[in-house]
Design a protein around this ligand. Structure first.
Ligand code: GP9
Ligand code: MN
Length: 623
């Protein structure tokens, strides 16, 4: 025992002399400071007002992920052990300064753009011009906190200068320990997922990036930048279309072309404001249906009577779910085969609905209840061509349901925003309250469902959709009151299916089942075009179509000539076509009875073709 003690003592004496301890503390001060700065960043960013600091809030946000904060900080400062003498001091100060400036830039950028900056910005040179000036105006008096550790570090070096002046060498073993262990910790989850295909690994969700601000919360701003640089690098080289790709694109557009003479729909809505409502998780099967003697969607049912209605609009979203719907409606392109299009290629150019309408004199704005960082909406929608993007921060979230602001309060605050807009305008609006898990609180439930159904996902879904339908009715009333409705065209579509997409199994478990709500294998959402002045409606129940067909259809009604988009839009104008089909995300073609086998093959390829066109920035070259 005593010999063991003496071994330990000797070891400590040899390795942990006073100078070593002093140098270790010198290493730990910036490591801890950068961790704290990550927490302070959260303390600003998690505040409704990001100029005010709530450290406790920041700590709560960062706490579950603090090991990542420590790991990233350790890795950066571990390299100081490769330096000897004053080199180590210089490295430590420089690295601390670099990381601090990075975090400061993040918080300044966040105050202006409500998300963290990506290295992608460096590729958007057009935006860089006035960016630096506007970012610098986003400072707060409290930002001096980020510099305090430099004073501490300087005082420390001054007091302990003797220990530093003693010549000390490189500490390779310490470097290896302080770098390799944290690196192993950081890469454990992505390696398990990508190399060992273990998708169930604990914390896998941290690496499925659908919100950059969340990535900065999980990994600290420093870790976020490493992950961001990797993804930007991965997607940095635009795809180069091969001759075969070019031939495929040509073949698809030629097959698509239908030279039909214009009909009575062309231009009948010319000059009208376009108000698009993208409804969360709204499926077609609830339309016109009653449960317990009550209509689930009485307001939509009423609108449909005088609308152009496409009940068989197949969902075509992929991994970007909601955001893929935004993409398709506005660009008539199918989303990428892998990952979220808005995240991976926010800089792609499109011959888009907002761009085409701007040429017709429209002002355009996308108004989201979500944060702009969610699905990278801010960059994605501005990239698509909207003049203006408003998000969560433009709203007073005084009533919350599920993910965010209630549809009622959202619409009530959208109306004045629309009023301010220069006419004619195109505005995209998005509802949120009918998002899964469909457990809308009792006080909003009005259908009086039996207890089993009420407690089920399906019952929750009916109630959520019923609530949202009511708010759409309320929105239209408000638009009427404000005089906005008479000169507007209202378009409504479900972003993707809901209860069948996420909770299909729970429907089978119900003791009483009705045919109409069982899964038909056809994932469809309603697409409704409502002109308030129209006296007569039409339901296109024989038509099979997809979400990419919305844009050409609306452009036709708004009187935009088809030669302006027929060589870039993958969808077709549903009001002047002899074709009835949709290619869905899993590669199958729905409908298409009058298509030849060859045509079917060509259309099925459109999923791959769209992917390549987006990655190759195809529209940039043709427009
Ligand atoms: C709705 C969106 C929801 O705007 O925030 O996203 P989802 O989870 O449906 O993709
Ligand atoms: Mn959605």
């Amino acid at each position: 025992m005593s010999s063991f003690n003496s071994i330990i003592n000797n070891f400590l004496k040899r390795n942990l002399n006073k100078d070593t301890i002093i140098r270790l503390i010198f290493f730990l001060i910036p490591v801890v400071s950068i961790v704290l700065k990550g927490i302070i960043f959260q303390g600003f960013a998690s505040n409704k007002n990001p100029y005010a600091l709530d450290f406790f809030n920041g700590y709560q946000a960062a706490d579950p992920f603090i090991n990542y904060y420590i790991a990233f900080s350790l890795v950066f400062f571990s390299f100081s052990f490769l330096f000897k003498g004053t080199g180590r001091i210089i490295y430590t100060f420089t690295m601390d300064l670099f990381l601090t400036l990075l975090i400061l830039t993040d918080i300044w950028y966040f105050r202006g753009f409500l998300t963290v900056p990506s290295a992608l910005i460096l590729t958007q040179t057009a935006n860089l011009d006035n960016m630096s000036g506007s970012i610098l105006s986003m400072t707060s008096n409290l930002d001096f906190i980020f510099l305090l550790d430099f004073i501490l570090l300087a005082i420390y070096v001054f007091i302990a200068r003797k220990s530093f002046s003693k010549n000390h060498g490189r500490a390779i073993k310490t470097f290896l320990c302080t770098s390799i262990l944290p690196i192993l910790f950081i890469i454990y989850v992505p390696i398990s997922i990508n190399v060992f295909n273990n998708k169930d690994v604990h914390n896998a969700y941290l690496f499925s990036n659908y919100d950059k601000s969340n990535t900065a919360k999980y990994f600290s701003p420093v870790g976020y930048h490493i992950i961001d640089c990797y993804t930007v690098y991965r997607d940095s080289k635009p795809y180069k279309l091969t001759d075969q790709d070019k031939a495929d694109i040509k073949e698809l557009f030629e097959t698509k072309k239908e030279d039909l003479p214009n009909n009575e729909y062309f231009g009948i809505e010319k000059g009208k404001n376009l108000i698009y409502i993208q409804v969360e998780s709204l499926e077609s099967f609830v339309i016109g249906k009653k449960i317990n003697g009550k209509e689930i969607t009485p307001n939509l049912n009423k609108l449909i009577q005088t609308s152009l209605y496409f009940p068989n609009t197949f969902e075509q979203v992929n991994e970007g779910t909601s955001s893929d719907a935004d993409l398709m409606v506005n660009t008539s392109m199918l989303p990428l085969r892998q990952g979220s299009t808005f995240f991976r290629y926010p800089n792609t150019n499109y011959n888009s609905l907002p761009n085409l309408l701007e040429k017709e004199g429209y002002s355009t704005t996308a108004i989201h209840p979500d944060k702009g960082s969610f699905w990278n909406y801010a960059n994605g929608l501005i990239g698509i061509g909207f003049d203006k993007f408003s998000d969560y921060y433009s709203f007073n979230v005084d009533e919350q349901i599920g993910l965010g602001i209630s549809d009622q309060r959202y619409f009530e605050q959208v109306v004045p925003m629309l009023k301010q807009q220069k006419s004619p305008f195109y505005s995209e609006t998005v509802t949120l309250s009918s998002h899964g898990p469909f457990d809308i609180p009792e006080k909003y439930r009005e259908l009086g469902l039996d207890p089993e159904l009420n407690a089920s996902k399906l019952g929750g879904y009916f109630e959520s959709v019923h609530y949202t339908d009511k708010q759409i009715g309320h929105f239209i009333d408000l638009l009427t009151k404000e005089g906005l409705l008479e000169n507007s065209l209202i378009v409504i579509m479900g972003d993707h299916t809901g209860v069948h997409k996420y909770y299909d199994d729970t429907i089978g478990q119900l003791s009483h089942k009705e045919d109409w709500y069982l899964n038909t294998g056809n994932p469809t959402v309603p697409f409704i075009i409502y002109d308030p002045s129209s006296k007569q409606g039409k339901t296109f129940d024989k038509m099979y179509n997809g979400q990419i067909d919305v844009m050409p259809t609306l452009l036709y009604l708004l009187g935009v000539e088809k030669d302006k988009y027929e060589n870039s839009a993958l969808g077709r104008n549903l009001l002047n076509t002899n074709k009835s089909f949709a290619v869905i995300t899993n590669g199958t073609l729905k409908g298409g009875e009058n298509l030849t086998d060859k045509e079917k093959e060509i259309y099925k390829k459109s999923l791959e073709i769209s992917d390549k066109m987006i990655r190759a920035n195809y529209a940039h070259n043709v427009s």
